[in-house]
Design a protein around this ligand. Structure first.
Ligand SMILES: *[C@@H]1O[C@H](CO)[C@@H](O)[C@H](O)[C@H]1NC(C)=O
Ligand SMILES: *[C@@H]1O[C@H](CO)[C@@H](O)[C@H](O)[C@H]1NC(C)=O
Ligand SMILES: *[C@@H]1O[C@H](CO)[C@@H](O)[C@H](O)[C@H]1NC(C)=O
Ligand SMILES: *[C@@H]1O[C@H](CO)[C@@H](O)[C@H](O)[C@H]1NC(C)=O
Ligand SMILES: *[C@@H]1O[C@H](CO)[C@@H](O)[C@H](O)[C@H]1NC(C)=O
Ligand SMILES: *[C@@H]1O[C@H](CO)[C@@H](O)[C@H](O)[C@H]1NC(C)=O
Ligand SMILES: *[C@@H]1O[C@H](CO)[C@@H](O)[C@H](O)[C@H]1NC(C)=O
Ligand SMILES: *[C@@H]1O[C@H](CO)[C@@H](O)[C@H](O)[C@H]1NC(C)=O
Ligand SMILES: *[C@@H]1O[C@H](CO)[C@@H](O)[C@H](O)[C@H]1NC(C)=O
Ligand SMILES: *[C@@H]1O[C@H](CO)[C@@H](O)[C@H](O)[C@H]1NC(C)=O
Length: 879
């Protein structure tokens, strides 16, 4: 009362004391409404944001927008979240200055420490649609005054999550007056039951009960009667609720259920899923079923048995089935022969399982009806989703881990186009995602994939290391992604039958050598027949040269990406491409563009496809060593005066007379051109002659000297290189690690470790190493020791020699360290090549490390040893 009195007085005085009054008002911000999310406010309306202000009382006055054209009334959304109200008193929104309570549609009161809401607190909020009360302390039975929700006759959405109710009895009788309610969000507790009061909520269609973090939702047993009085619900979210059991009849009262999500209940398992679905047998409404991660995380591989889907297979409208992260290794072949899943199923995801080859694969083509299949991330050794959800402790998880084995799923045949199918897929299948699965394949012999409907195939992030032979049967494929496959060979044969391709991504491979013009003219024929290709991505392929005619067949190409290669000189012809829209050449080694290319790009501007467009053709040349010399003057002039858009980064510069010149604006370019034209590029042939002769002599002497210097000091130079590359500093993690480095080595390196590495790094460089022979705890398994070592060390040093590559434990350590590095997003691997090993002898995963991690070579010459140790010590110390 006192407060209301003061504020009424304040209103009276406000005309006289405007400035002091403004100071007393809460520091709320006025903001625009995103009219997509708040359509009900109409095109006008504004939001009042009073969140995170540590307010003790609900404000009795709000600021008024100064500019009424920018913020047109009404005040439609009021955010009072993240304050410290404790109690919400009667008439909190009645007679408030600059607030018409009947106009508010959205009200946020989340995380505001509320433990009591008085009976008349919401008086006059008659139009309210949305109320968020999550994250408060409303768990006691006396947290609500009687009839608290009575005024909210239009409320459609209420969020009561994270309030830790111990029963729904009291809240149920209060909620029962909300006749318009369609969405209820609340967390389930052990004794929570939707009792008879909930029968009054006749419009309730969506029940969100899922937990967001651990123990939000705790309902080990979902009982027959749990949902007895909410039978009209259409969407039920029960994920992350620690459910072990769902009784047979629990879902049987739902007559209109279309979506059921029981994911992330690891105690449930497939047997439990089958029990749960008993109540929905023969349902003709259920369309979407989410059963991701419902098996214990420690479980080894699982077979999906026919008995697990006994009830699922009766669902008559099931269209979307998500069964990710369930450790499924094989299917019982009886599920596919004959096909037992609902014939309505269109979209099936099985990502993050452990699918391997088995008898069931012979019957995959029976799965007719399925249009889209996601079998990505079939990792055996780490769970790529762990960070997308609160997970179990990593060490416990790792104990159950197995190393992945290469599995060649693709069979092989000899003839040109094999008559028989190597892989048969249902003809309904249009889209397959099979990314990140360590799929290890070499296409060395022709294969036939029978998949007449397949249009989209994504096999990126695998180990498809060569593409040398014909792939038959994919005549209708339009989208193909084979990026990041460590693929080093490609032959024209591969594309011969892939004639409908529209989108092709083969970036991040190692095709530079294979595309080199010297390489038996392969490049010229590679894209023969690809008239329909519009997007071609060849970025990050270590390309140095491309043959002249490689792009000739691609008459319909629109987007060409060649970024992050090593192209020094542009030789290829693009003349046949009728309507190129953009070409990305960033991150190459181009000093400029040749006239043939700039002329071609200019010519595009006159084509039909560029009609009526202000910008049409785009070239990205950022991060190239562009030269500003007389030689590139025509190119610089072209950049300035052509209508082709040339993109640079703000820090792209060229050097002239020892100064940096930028060319990211017309003024800068003009300035640069004028310097060149007026000064540098006058004819001075006599000077050039004398100077060049002198130069040649000097260069010769200097370069001999430099090479000698470079060779002698290459370790020091590398050290300088490394220290320059050291971008990140350590961010306060030091105390977490017992050791500076975990050292992984082959048995034959033991004496080197003991006699050289340990003394030098520990004594001279004061580092603390974890060395298996010395630090292993007796009585624990080797695997546990390794994991302990890796966890407790800031870095992992891998000393690679031939024996290392043959040793299984080393393989294990390498993979573990890699996982830890990926998981924790730490840069922790340091690879030391102890001897020269030919590239082809190195396993692919190690090649991956060499590309992504820091690697150091062990010096041949003893004199370089101290630089080597210094270098290694700095690497270990770096972050
Ligand atoms: C008010 O906002 C409108 C639209 O944003 C703007 O055009 C106008 O100049 C503003 N008027 C004042 C007085 O700031
Ligand atoms: C709120 O109002 C109701 C009746 O309208 C009254 O019974 C109750 O005592 C009031 N609560 C407080 C805290 O003033
Ligand atoms: C509050 O808004 C409603 C609906 O827009 C309107 O009918 C009513 O007159 C307004 N009340 C005041 C005091 O402005
Ligand atoms: C607010 O509610 C009271 C009591 O329910 C009512 O008398 C009054 O007219 C309402 N005020 C507005 C602006 O709707
Ligand atoms: C289920 O949907 C039908 C048709 O929309 C409706 O008539 C029926 O009342 C709904 N059942 C329940 C329990 O809400
Ligand atoms: C739940 O319902 C099923 C099927 O009617 C019944 O077999 C089971 O005993 C019930 N469970 C309990 C705890 O009553
Ligand atoms: C599933 O869980 C139940 C109860 O926890 C257990 O009895 C059963 O053996 C489990 N089934 C499988 C296939 O693991
Ligand atoms: C696979 O099929 C073969 C031959 O049909 C059979 O002998 C074998 O037992 C099957 N394997 C499994 C795991 O079912
Ligand atoms: C491609 O699709 C068409 C029509 O969808 C179909 O008739 C044809 O058989 C398919 N091609 C192949 C090789 O399956
Ligand atoms: C290329 O695309 C056009 C139009 O989409 C289509 O008619 C034609 O058959 C395609 N060509 C090939 C070789 O698939």
């Amino acid at each position: 009362m006192v407060i209301r009195l003061i504020s009424s007085l304040a209103v009276l005085c406000s005309c006289f004391w405007t400035s002091s009054w403004t100071a007393a008002m809460p520091d709320c911000k006025i903001s625009h409404l995103d009219d997509k999310s708040f359509v009900e406010c109409g095109k006008k309306g504004y939001a009042m944001l009073c969140d995170h202000l540590s307010l003790k009382q609900v404000p009795q006055a709000y600021p008024k927008p100064v500019n009424k054209t920018e913020f047109t009334p009404p005040l439609c959304l009021l955010d009072l979240g993240y304050n410290d109200f404790n109690r919400l008193e009667n008439k909190s929104f009645v007679d408030v200055v600059n607030l018409n309570s009947t106009e508010i549609l959205w009200l946020y009161l989340h995380f505001s420490n509320l433990s009591y809401i008085a009976s008349d607190a919401f008086e006059n909020l008659t139009q309210l649609l949305y109320l968020n009360l999550s994250g408060n302390n409303l768990h006691l039975s006396d947290s609500f005054g009687q009839g608290v929700f009575n005024p909210l006759v239009n409320l459609q959405f209420i969020n009561l999550k994270k309030n830790h109710f111990e029963t729904f009895e009291k809240i149920g009788s209060e909620l029962s007056v909300l006749k318009a309610l369609t969405v209820l969000e609340i967390n389930l507790c052990e004794a929570c039951v939707f009792g008879a009061d909930f029968r009054m909520l006749t419009k309730l269609v969506k029940l969100g009960l899922a937990g967001r973090s651990e123990n939000d939702c705790y309902k080990p047993v979902v009982r027959n009667e749990t949902f007895l009085y909410v039978t009209g619900v259409q969407e039920l979210f029960l994920s992350s609720c620690s459910i072990n059991t769902i009784e047979r009849n629990a879902f049987s009262y739902f007559t209109n259920l279309t979506l059921l999500d029981i994911s992330y209940n690891q105690g449930l398992n497939f047997t439990g899923m089958n029990e749960a679905l008993f109540g929905l047998r023969n349902s003709s409404t259920l369309k979407t079923l989410n059963v991701n991660r419902i098996n214990p995380i420690y479980e080894a591989g699982i077979t999906l048995e026919l008995s697990h889907i006994e009830n699922l297979k009766t669902l008559r409208s099931l269209t979307y089935l998500h069964m990710d992260l369930n450790k499924i290794e094989v299917f019982d072949e009886n599920i596919l022969n004959p096909y037992q899943l609902p014939s309505t199923l269109r979209d099936f995801t099985l990502s993050g399982n452990r699918l391997t080859y088995g008898n069931y694969t012979r019957f995959i083509q029976n799965a007719n009806g399925i249009k889209s299949l996601d079998i990505s991330r079939q990792h055996l050794n780490f769970d790529p989703f762990k960070h997308e959800h609160y997970g179990v402790e990593m060490s416990a998880y790792l104990r159950n881990l197995r190393l992945y084995r290469n599995s060649s799923i693709l069979a092989t045949m000899n003839n040109d186009c094999p008559l028989l199918c190597d892989i048969s897929l249902p003809s309904s299948l249009e889209k397959i995602k099979w990314r990140k699965s360590f799929l290890n394949v070499e296409i060395k012999t022709p294969i036939r994939i029978c998949a007449s409907g397949l249009k989209y195939l994504d096999v990126s992030f695998n180990l498809i290391t060569n593409l040398n032979e014909i792939v038959c049967g994919l005549d209708n494929l339009t989208y193909l992604d084979i990026s990041e496959n460590y693929c080093s060979e490609i032959q024209p044969a591969f594309f011969k039958k892939l004639t409908s391709l529209n989108f092709l991504n083969i970036s991040e491979n190692m095709l530079g050598q294979s595309l080199h013009p010297d390489n038996s003219q392969r490049g010229d024929k590679l894209f023969k027949g690809q008239q329909n290709l519009t997007v071609l991505d060849l970025s990050s392929n270590k390309i140095t040269h491309l043959s002249k005619d490689i792009f000739k067949p691609l008459t319909n190409l629109r987007h060409l990406n060649l970024s992050d290669n090593m192209i020094e000189e542009w030789n290829s012809s693009l003349e046949n491409i009728l309507c190129l829209h953009d070409i990305n050449l960033s991150g190459n080694k181009l000093y400029g563009l040749p006239e043939s290319l700039t002329n071609y790009l200019n010519s595009l501007l006159d084509k039909d496809c560029c009609k009526n467009k202000s910008t049409c053709v785009e070239v990205n040349l950022s991060s190239n060593p562009i030269e500003c010399t007389c030689k590139t003057l025509p190119f610089l002039k072209w950049m300035r005066y052509s209508r082709v858009v040339v993109l640079f980064l703000p820090n792209d510069v060229c050097r002239l007379n020892g100064e940096n010149y930028r060319f990211d604006s017309n003024e800068n370019l003009e300035h640069l051109i004028s310097i060149l034209v007026n000064d540098k590029c006058r004819d001075r042939s006599w000077v050039i002659w004398t100077v060049s002769i002198a130069c040649v002599a000097v260069t010769f002497i200097v370069s001999v000297g430099i090479s000698f210097f470079v060779y002698r000091n290459r370790w020091k130079l590398r050290y300088i290189y490394y220290s320059r590359n050291r971008r990140y500093r350590h961010e306060g993690f030091e105390r977490l690690f017992e050791n500076d480095a975990f050292v992984s080595y082959a048995k034959n390196s033991a004496s080197f470790i003991k006699n050289q590495m340990v003394p030098v790094l520990e004594k001279q460089h004061q580092l603390h190493l974890w060395v298996a022979d010395r630090n292993s705890l007796p009585g624990t398994s080797i695997a546990e020791n390794i994991i302990h070592g890796i966890y407790n060390s800031r870095k992992s040093v891998l000393l690679i020699n031939r024996e290392y590559l043959n040793d299984n434990w080393c393989d294990y350590e390498m993979n573990m360290a890699h996982i830890e590095s990926v998981e924790t997003k730490r840069n922790l691997l340091i690879v030391v090549l102890m001897e020269e090993i030919p590239m082809q002898k190195l396993p692919i995963c190690l090649l991956k490390f060499l590309r992504n991690e820091r690697s150091i070579e062990y010096p041949e010459d003893d004199r370089d040893m101290s630089a080597f140790w210094l270098n290694l010590a700095h690497e270990i110390n770096s972050s």
